[in-house]
Design a protein around this ligand. Sequence first.
Ligand code: SF4
Ligand code: SF4
Length: 364
Amino acid sequence: MKVTVKELESWLREHREEIFANDAVGTGCFSYSPGEVVWAVTKECNLRCKHCSISEEPADELSKEEGFALIEEAAKLGHVKFAFTGGEPLLRPDIYELIEYASSFNMQVVMATNGTLITDEVAQKLRRAGLERAAISIDGFGRAHDRFRGVDGAFKAAIRGLKACTNAGLAVQLFSMVTRYNYHELPGIIKLANILGLWRIYLIYLIAVGRGREISDACLSPAENMKFFEFILEKQKEVRVWLKPICNPQFWAYLRSAGLVDGYEPEFTGCTAGITRFHIFPNGDVTPCAYLPVKAGNIKEAGLLDIIRGAEVFRALRARELRGQCATCRYKDSCGGCRSRAYAVSGDYLAEDPVCMLHEDAGE
Ligand code: SF4
Ligand code: SF4
């Protein structure tokens, strides 16, 4: 690492409040109480992303009334984030009504979007409806982004959407995939975010589910993932935008193992799936995470709270009944491994996370 541990430690201390503030779209596989309810309102999309996790889902969608009931249930969890995603959520005609209804409760109302459909008018409408923050996906520059997202002009349209959101007073962050295909694009994306004054980039490890299974060779190996951690720590010193790895809970274990967060103990829970994060697919299926298609129940048949309290998958995740290396790891409680990745690779959501280089260091 070019940057010394001491320098990073002092940087992390200096920026502690903003780094650990609960002000992003998504909990970031970290931990913010009381958590996040994510509703994928539609599987419809105007892009054809290589990695799409939802492409194989059934086409039926919850009705507006069922959506309202879901929102009411989510609000009972407390000041959760209520996140709208898809597919592309703006393709749902009643999206503004849904946002407005969600924002009438004491929740943070946020949205993950590909950004391409956001004009100034759309951004203002979103703001008026009560949206607080938007995360826009950027996976590369110009044609590199277009290739990844499967549609020419996607980059230009996403940047227009991003600027429109900022102009309308919405807080904006980036979601960027981290794969072997676009790894070289990361410095440019980080530079762009910094120039635009954005305050968060969620750097998302590719979980090979849905269409992503076809590009599983693009997933970083454990050694490449460690290099990625080093890369972002080096970059972090140069930029104000907070670089946050997602689907990668061992980053927090890595910070600990490197002695970078000694002396203060943020509330790391690592993988939040089924603990503080609950995902609802367009057809109402409830799962612990967007990338973990283990059905706990369906909103059409039971209330969200009953599903969360009663389903075996949520109980096992809350209890961290993990197997393999994760079971005996000293970082089990603060990392727990990515349960989606474990499932994607082994078919067992409680299995050890296969992309971890901290095993030896981590074992008791
Ligand atoms: S399963 Fe993976 S992507 Fe989902 S919350 Fe856990 S670490 Fe994040
Ligand atoms: S062994 Fe599992 S719990 Fe431990 S650091 Fe690795 S992924 Fe996290």
